[in-house]
Design a protein around this ligand. Sequence first.
Ligand SMILES: [Zn+2]
Length: 262
Amino acid sequence: MYMQQRVLVWMLVVVLGVSCRALPFDAAAPAAHSAHQVHWEYSGEKGPAHWGELAKEFALCGSGTAQTPIDIKPTTREALTNPELRYQQGLVTVVNNGHTVQINAAPGNGMTIDGVHYALVQMHFHAPSEHTVAGEPAPLELHFVHKSADGTLAVLGALVHEGAQENPAWSPVVAALADHGTSGATLVMNWPALVPADMTTYRYMGSLTTPPCSEGVHWLVVQTPLELSAAQIGAFTALYTGNARPLQERNERPVVADSSPS
Ligand SMILES: [Zn+2]
């Protein structure tokens, strides 16, 4: 009897000890951090159809009504002011995060949209494209992720079509991908040369295209696609292919095309 009580007390101590240690840890960890631990994939039981069930922080992936990507068919045309890019050449770090290859930007790059400044955070890619334009997908889509001082995200998306010529601006990035698809590589990134010259964009309000699928993201998709050669596109798809979320319902969201004369 005495032994049984000791065992019970010991078990209680262990259980309470674990709980007490777990509580402050959970309380201290931001929701995004704990959600980040949850493994998700692009197919199967942890694929996009199930993201919303994998963690409570991912709920919007299943229940959100302003999700990305969408098929872009403009609902309205307005005279828009193109985003003003303030990109500069600089040293960057490559991060292979298991879902894509991401290139983190150094401070000092950014984009101004309608008077609001968004700092460039990182660029990554999806293959095939996540957005389609009038039903047409592209082999690749690049996302330049920006964040304003109040935490609002604005993503500049560029679809990549296959061109006959190598795109020299992208050659250093392609070389870095081929040599170091793994994390930690550094390269000098000529950010201004990587984006299309014509910054006319489609715009709509959407979400992150990966869990937690947070909404309130300003999406600007460049109307003129970039062109990379088949070999250059192949450098991306050799690392990841099929890392594109399926199309989401547009619902009542306006999708604006620029009516300004170019
Ligand atoms: Zn993306």
